[in-house]
Design a protein around this ligand. Structure first.
Ligand code: F6P
Length: 322
């Protein structure tokens, strides 16, 4: 193996740059030529390539976003798109590909690995952390810390004016960010898609909190909560309690910023492991980390199997918000 490509796809996640850096520099150790593919699969189909030497990835470990840029590519969901991608990879002489991203990225990666002779090793990079086969995806820790700091600030004003606050965090299908942020930020309630949202119980909690002398009630709501989103939840509570409230949607600030040490370390380990796996002749798998060890999972399983969640954290939140 002489030449490999690396791309970032789907939504960006803090730590992707650290991961590209690891791929390039570990590739250099094996004397591999590493090609950066800009704008994810969109750039791949258009042959938007840049040669990456170890010095090309200097001074990026601390930067959020992805300097290769990313994208969501509809064409890669089609058979023609996959065929075209394989042709482009062959034309460029690429024998291996490392796509960094989430479930959408891995669907394309699995199809590529199946359809041709290009070796493909995925790396999980998504703040949602909803990929099966890894305890943590690159970007999750940074997003949780960013949202936690925001909630710390919100609590200052919530307590001063004695208002309930409904804070929406990202996670369109799963509640991993909401759960961790809720625990770390000392939330009074956490609403996630994995648990039924009971408005009457929520109202009871909020009312009791104020009766107990609490000055604020912070309700963390995952973007994908089945109750229909943070504004609907807040409105339904207002209809029952008639309490002045505020909604705060943290949105894309959770995706930006300098990656935490944890994300940089994870990104570095997974980038190195992906290059090792390619050189060893592996393909069609994602490199993740399970209980601190590098683990390989077939790409199809990363999006067809459901990652389990530590449901006991919801109980813990109830106890700790007493
Ligand atoms: O998948 C990561 C994510 O940040 C989700 O949490 C969110 O729903 C989505 O991306 C937002 O995507 P976009 O940047 O296209 O608005």
């Amino acid at each position: 193996m002489k030449k490999i490509g690396v791309l970032t796809s789907g939504g960006d996640a803090p730590g992707m740059n650290a991961c590209i850096r690891a791929v390039v520099r570990c590739g250099a150790r094996y004397k591999l030529e590493v090609i950066g593919i800009r704008r994810g699969y969109c750039g791949l189909l258009e042959g938007d390539f840049v040669r990456l030497a170890p010095r090309s990835v200097a001074n990026i470990i601390q930067r959020g976003g992805t300097f290769l840029e990313c994208g969501r590519c509809e064409e890669m969901k089609t058979e023609e798109g996959i065929k075209k991608a394989i042709q482009v990879l062959h034309k460029e002489g690429l024998e291996g590909l490392i796509p960094i991203g989430g479930d959408g990225t891995f669907r394309g990666a699995a199809a590529l690995a199946k359809a041709g002779d290009i070796r493909v090793i995925g790396i999980p990079g998504t703040i949602d952390n909803d990929v099966y086969g890894t305890d943590y995806a690159i970007g999750f820790d940074t997003a949780v810390n960013t949202a936690m700091e925001a909630i710390d600030k919100i609590r200052d004003t919530a307590g001063s004016l004695q208002r309930p606050f409904f804070v929406e965090v990202m996670g369109r299908n799963r509640g991993f960010i909401a759960l961790d942020v809720g625990i770390a930020g000392g939330a009074e309630d956490i609403l996630i898609p994995e648990a039924e949202t009971k408005i009457e119980e929520l109202c009871l909690d909020i009312r009791r909190n104020f009766e107990k002398g609490k000055k604020s009630s912070i309700v963390v709501v995952a973007e994908g909560d089945e109750a229909g989103g943070v504004f609907q939840v807040a409105q339904q509570v207002w209809e029952r309690l008639r309490l002045d409230y505020r909604v705060c949607v943290l949105g894309h600030i959770q995706r930006g910023g300098s990656p935490t040490a944890r994300d940089r370390i994870l990104a570095s380990k997974l980038g190195a492991a992906a290059v090792d796996a390619l050189v060893e002749g592996k393909s069609g798998v994602m490199v993740g980390e399970l209980k601190g060890e590098i683990a390989l999972t077939p790409l199809e399983e990363t999006y067809t199997k459901r990652k389990t969640m530590d449901g006991s954290l919801l109980q813990l939140m109830k106890v700790l918000s007493a």
